[in-house]
Design a protein around this ligand. Structure first.
Ligand code: ADP
Ligand code: MG
Length: 162
């Protein structure tokens, strides 16, 4: 992860979903979101808000039986949702599942526990780190390269923290 570009605190589940929803329209084809943080820190919650704002109507849960879930949003957008939590050999298993091909494609790809992928992520991934602060409070930090800076800049311009 590179320099931190934006830090936000949310005080409820819905606020974290709302942050995901605000980020969704700022994404461009091929963006990769690398989510990191402990169990229960809010990664899936954030993903639910993001997916909803992309027009996904089916319920978003962490992938269990398949490694990567694909959701269709509005206007032909595809969102791929991967979760490395249960994997013993995340990098190899995700390579087998075709994640590297998705990274070089034009769909939006979101990976929970992305820090387990050891170097597989593209240089321009948007890293989003979740930290548990208290029951309902989470710290959410966006960092990375050019795309992370662009997204963070737009979020700030549109009102900063939710
Ligand atoms: P992860 O995917 O990181 O394991 P989840 O999003 O599945 O975490 O779970 C987060 C849990 O914490 C949910 O039960 C959610 O309702 C709760 N929660 C409470 N406050 C917040 C908050 N501010 N942001 C995100 N989740 C929160
Ligand atoms: Mg999760």
């Amino acid at each position: 992860m590179n320099a931190q570009t934006l830090v936000i605190e949310t005080t409820s589940t819905e606020e974290t979903r709302e942050l995901g929803a605000r980020l969704a329209p700022l994404l461009t084809p091929g963006d990769v979101l690398a989510l990191v943080g402990d169990l229960g820190s809010g990664k899936t919650t954030f993903t639910q808000g993001l997916a909803r704002a992309l027009g996904v109507t089916s319920p978003v849960t962490s992938p269990t039986f398949v490694l990567i879930n694909r959701y269709r949003g509005a206007g032909g957008i595809s969102l791929h949702h991967a979760d490395c939590y249960r994997l013993n050999h995340a990098r190899a298993e995700m390579l087998d599942a075709g994640l590297a091909d998705l990274f070089s494609g034009d769909d939006i790809v979101l990976v929970e526990w992305a820090d387990r992928l050891a170097g597989l992520l593209p240089e321009d991934a948007i890293w989003i780190a979740f930290t548990y602060l208290a029951d309902d409070r989470r710290r959410i930090a966006i960092s990375g390269g050019r795309r992370a800076a662009a997204v963070a800049g737009e979020l700030t311009a549109r009102g900063g923290a939710p």
